[in-house]
Structures are given as structure tokens and as C-alpha cells.
Design a protein around this ligand. Structure first.
Ligand SMILES: NC(=O)C1=CN([C@@H]2O[C@H](COP(=O)(O)OP(=O)(O)OC[C@H]3O[C@@H](n4cnc5c(N)ncnc54)[C@H](OP(=O)(O)O)[C@@H]3O)[C@@H](O)[C@H]2O)[C@@H](O)CC1
Ligand SMILES: Nc1ncnc2c1ncn2[C@@H]1O[C@H](COP(=O)(O)OP(=O)(O)O)[C@@H](O)[C@H]1O
Length: 492
């Protein structure tokens, strides 16, 4: 399990380390991890370090000392600092024979010329946008040096990114953040390293644990990111004597004249994720994507749902895919059953606020999330963790805010998915996911577990399908790779 930290959590962890007299050692751990990574990235040649005034700059002085003691050619350009640990590590750097020159854009441009690696220790989690003009010049000089061929390693966070935001902060037309080739981050990931344009600024992300009790990090995390080893135990297991009635009866309620492919894709997703019996209930004729799916057309879908007695209701429902204008009323009917239910697409309507029960899963993409919260899609994607939390507050139950990666929210807890592929940004992909989630609910998983496992299976299936289809992969291709994804997780 990997922690995701925000600046408040980092400050709380710092305070705990300080109280324990361990903050200096944490900076030493952090700097050492960066020095190791720098050595791997640039085994020979000069290394240029840029140190800012805060603890991020202190880390840079630790890196410089370790590289120097390994016999490397190390140069340091630094801003003035009043931070006690940064000043301490600057003195230690000088004590081993290092020199420090003032950091200016011109000095940076000169020194970066022959550097095998430039290390960005200007700003980390303590940065608050907007970037001051004096530093904007330094950031621009660093990006220019990179475009002339000097690789950049960022300490903890590329300078100029707000740790909590998926967007790159604005700065009056000036260059506002560093573009890194690799970022070595400490203790836990930061949202900016995971989402959107900010993540694209971070390059490859390497997580360096600090040697502190894991609970100290878990206590301050804002979200977690499960690994496959954490999720594998959730995979449903069948005994040899299993029969189809035990593997979950799933209903897909969706489809409307003109949008009949969506429920078919959900049905296929449910079958491939192990549902024992999948029936599509639709007001329109749904195309036959595979004969294993049963399809029932209902001229009056509302009456059919209303008249279904409790004993005939399924183990799980996925609804909303292409369901059309009556979706909210139909969803209200099914929510009243208190059966495990996935609500997607047309069933994601603001009038259902507060109607979510513990076994219900809402799966908006950013556009649908914006509709539910009465905001813009850009407002959602800027801070997906906050948006997922707000959606869960508004709707109840469990929310999957879809994206690359997706965020799963339940009351008081957030989880971020791993993997997936940009080729999954294509129509129908979310319909397949709804079917996968309903299949897992039908096999007995709770909504939180079904969501965390389901998004990972779907993402892994997408990665596998992308090997063959690249950006041209389709939702059916992903469904057909679910078995392989399942085996990959089981094998971890
Ligand atoms: N527990 C952990 O995870 C550990 C974390 N560690 C490290 O600590 C880092 C956080 O350090 P931090 O809190 O000292 O802040 P940091 O990122 O150096 O920024 C402060 C500096 O930025 C400046 N500045 C701010 N805004 C600005 C602006 N708009 N425009 C321009 N400048 C601006 C601000 O200037 P000032 O406002 O003081 O004038 C000050 O100089 C973290 O990222 C990691 O590297 C490790 O040491 C080990 C343990
Ligand atoms: N760039 C990406 N990286 C990883 N996964 C992605 C990416 N883009 C989309 N996805 C995934 O694909 C699915 C798209 O769902 P959605 O937008 O609802 O599609 P549709 O409405 O067409 O069915 C989501 O599960 C999402 O997480």
C-alpha cells in the first residue's frame, strides 16, 4: 500500500519527526536516496545541484555531500536560506570540501552546459503558487538547459508544482514549473505526481521510503494507492462445486433507442468478470454481442422494475448505460431495493443526491461529476481527490471518479488506482467497467472492495489490450482481456 500525502500531512510528519529528534535523519535518508538515484541515472560526469531556501534545498545539500564523497564532480548553486536544517547541511557540505555559488539564471545556464545531470532542489511541498518572478527566471533557465540536453532529476516534486493540484499553476505567461525526467519523492506520493498535466511534468516517479514506522505515514495520508499484492486477496474464489447461481445474477438496466451498445458492453464486462448469469433489461432492442447474455426488452421498463417482487431481484445491478431521459426515476426505483447497484452514465443525476446506500457505487467521469456537483469538468480534474470526496459527500455510498488514474471514495477514505492506458480514453470503456463492478458486487464483494479491485482489473485489462491495439483499443477488447488481468493479479 502506498500513501498519498498532501503538504499538511508532510508538515504533520515533519512535526512528529522533529519531536522524536529524527528530522535531521529523515533529511539524510531523503538526500541519500536521491544521491543513489542520481548515480544510477548519471554514472559519470558533473552533477549540478540547485538548492532553494527551504528543506527541499536542504535535501540538495545532502545529495551534494553524498555524491562528493563518492568522488563525483559536484557543483552547487543555492539561494540564501534561514531554514535551520538547510543551513546545517550547507555547513556539512562545506566541511567535506564543497563550494556553493549564488543561484542566478545566468550561473545556471553556464554550469548546466556540461552537466550529466541537474538536480532540482528549489521548491518542494512548501511551495505556494504563484511562483515569484525571481524564481520564474531560474525555472525558465533550467527548462532551457534541459531542452539543450541536460537531464533533470527533481527532489520530491518538480519546482513550481502545487503538490495537491493536477494542473500546472499559472504564472503571468512566464515559465512556472520545472519539467523533470525523474522525480524522487519521499514517504508517499503527492497528487501532482499522479494526475493530469502536473504528472506529465514529473517524468518517472521513484518513491523513496523514509525509515519511520509505517503508521506515522499512514496516520497523515490523504489517500492510499493499493498495489496488486494488496488487491489479489479480494479476487473471488470458486470451489469446484460452484454453480452459476452462486457466481452472481447480474442485471444490466440500460439502453434506449439510439444508445443500445452501452448495456451490451456492460453485459460483456460483467460476464468476463465472472458473473454467473447476466440479463440485459432495456426499453430497446440491444445488439447481441455474445449469446451468453440474456436480453429482455420491456416496452415499459419502469413498470417492469416496479412490479419485480423482492424474491426475483438480482444479486447486483448495473444501470444507467444509454438509459435515456427517465434514468433518474428508474434509478430511484432500483435504489429502493437496497440491492448492490452500480449507477453510471444517465443514472448519474443531481436529484439522486443523498440516495446512495452502503452497497451502491456511483461511477462518474469528470463531465458527469461536474453535472452532479454543479461545477465544470476542469474544476473536477484540477483536484480529483477533493472532487471524489465532495461527490461521496453529496451522493453517499462509494464513488469511483473515473480517469487515468481513477479515485475511489467512501466516507472518510480515498483510494487511487494504478495503471491503465491512454488508449482507454474511448467510447464504451466506462460501460465495460460498470459491468465489471456489478459482477464483483454479485460475487459478494462490498462496494469499496469491488470498486478498488474492479478499477484495477479494468486498467490491467486495458494495458494488456493496448499491447495489441495501442490507441485503437476498444471496450470489447478490454473486456476480453479481463481473464488475463485476473490471472496477472492472482499471480502477484
Ligand atoms: N517528511 C517529509 O516528507 C520530508 C520532506 N523533506 C523535504 O522537505 C520539503 C518541504 O520543505 P519546506 O516545507 O521547507 O518547503 P520547500 O518545499 O523547501 O519550500 C519552501 C521554500 O520555498 C519558498 N517559496 C514558497 N512559495 C514560494 C513562491 N510562491 N515563490 C518562490 N518561492 C517560494 C520559500 O520561501 P520563503 O517563503 O520562506 O521566502 C522557502 O524557501 C519536501 O518537499 C522535501 O523535499 C525532507 O527533508 C525529509 C522529510
Ligand atoms: N488516459 C487514461 N488512462 C487510464 N485509464 C483511462 C484513461 N482514460 C480513460 N480511462 C478509463 O477508461 C474509462 C472511461 O470511462 P468513460 O469516460 O465513462 O467512458 P464511456 O462513457 O465512453 O463508457 C474509465 O474507466 C477510465 O478510468
Amino acid at each position: 500500500m502506498t500513501a498519498i500525502l498532501d503538504p499538511e500531512g508532510v508538515r504533520a510528519l515533519d512535526a512528529r519527526l522533529e519531536r522524536a529528534g529524527l528530522l535531521d535523519l529523515a533529511m539524510e535518508d531523503a538526500g541519500r536516496a536521491v544521491a543513489d538515484e542520481a548515480g544510477r541515472r548519471a554514472p559519470a560526469g558533473p552533477v549540478l545541484l540547485l538548492a532553494g531556501g527551504g528543506a527541499n534545498g536542504g535535501d540538495a545539500f545532502v545529495v551534494a555531500r553524498h555524491l562528493l564523497t563518492l568522488g563525483r564532480d559536484v557543483r552547487v548553486l543555492a539561494l540564501p536560506s534561514t531554514h535551520p536544517l538547510t543551513r546545517l547541511n550547507r555547513r556539512r557540505w562545506h566541511a567535506v570540501g564543497g563550494h556553493t555559488r549564488p543561484l542566478t539564471p545566468a550561473a545556471l545556464a553556464r554550469q548546466a552546459g556540461g552537466a550529466a545531470l541537474v538536480v532540482d532542489g528549489l521548491l518542494g511541498t512548501g511551495f505556494r503558487p504563484p511562483l515569484r518572478p525571481a524564481l520564474a527566471g531560474v525555472v525558465a533557465a533550467l527548462n532551457a538547459a534541459r531542452s539543450r540536453g541536460a537531464p533533470v532529476l527533481a527532489i520530491d516534486l518538480p519546482s513550481g508544482l502545487d503538490a495537491t493540484q493536477a494542473t500546472v499553476p499559472e504564472a503571468n505567461g512566464a515559465e512556472s514549473s520545472v519539467q523533470a525526467d525523474v522525480t524522487v519523492t519521499f514517504a508517499g506520493l503527492k497528487a501532482a505526481l499522479l494526475f493530469g498535466d502536473a504528472a506529465a511534468r514529473s517524468g518517472e516517479v521513484v518513491l523513496a521510503p523514509l525509515r519511520v514506522p509505517p503508521a506515522w505515514v499512514a496516520d497523515v495520508q490523504v489517500a492510499e494507492q493499493p498495489g496488486d499484492l494488496d488487491l489479489a486477496p479480494l479476487l473471488p474464489q470458486r470451489t469446484a462445486a460452484a454453480h452459476k447461481g452462486m457466481a452472481g445474477r447480474v442485471w444490466v438496466v440500460g439502453g434506449h433507442p439510439g444508445t443500445t451498445g452501452a448495456p451490451a458492453l456492460a453485459g460483456l464486462g460483467a460476464l468476463r468478470a465472472g458473473a454467473g448469469l447476466v440479463t440485459l433489461h432495456s426499453a430497446a432492442e440491444v445488439p447481441l454481442v455474445t449469446p451468453e447474455l440474456m436480453a429482455q426488452r420491456h416496452p415499459d421498463l419502469a413498470a417492469f422494475l416496479r412490479d419485480t417482487p423482492a424474491a426475483r431481484r438480482p444479486d447486483a445491478v448495473a444501470m444507467g448505460m444509454g438509459l435515456g431521459p427517465d434514468a433518474a426515476a428508474l434509478a430511484l426505483e432500483v435504489l429502493g431495493w437496497a440491492v448492490p447497484t452500480v449507477l453510471d452514465a444517465d443514472a448519474l443525476q443531481p436529484e439522486l443526491a443523498g440516495r446512495g446506500h452502503a452497497a451502491c457505487l456511483w461511477t462518474p467521469h469528470p463531465g458527469e461529476a461536474a453535472r452532479l456537483l454543479g461545477t465544470s469538468a476542469a474544476g473536477i480534474t484540477r483536484d480529483p481527490l477533493a472532487a471524489a470526496r465532495a461527490l461521496q459527500d453529496r451522493l453517499g455510498g462509494v464513488v469511483v471518479l473515473k480517469g487515468g488514474p481513477s479515485v475511489v471514495a467512501r466516507a472518510g477514505e480515498l483510494s487511487v488506482s494504478r495503471g491503465g492506458h491512454p488508449g482507454m480514453a474511448s467510447a464504451g470503456m466506462g460501460d465495460t467497467l460498470s459491468g465489471v463492478l456489478a459482477a464483483l458486487l454479485g460475487q459478494g464483494l462490498g462496494a469499496w472492495d469491488a470498486a478498488r479491485l474492479g478499477v484495477r482489473l479494468h486498467a490491467r485489462a486495458g494495458e494488456r489490450a493496448a499491447v495489441r491495439f495501442g490507441y485503437g483499443l476498444g471496450a470489447t477488447d478490454v473486456a476480453h482481456e479481463l481473464g488475463g488481468a485476473w490471472a496477472d493479479l492472482r499471480g502477484t
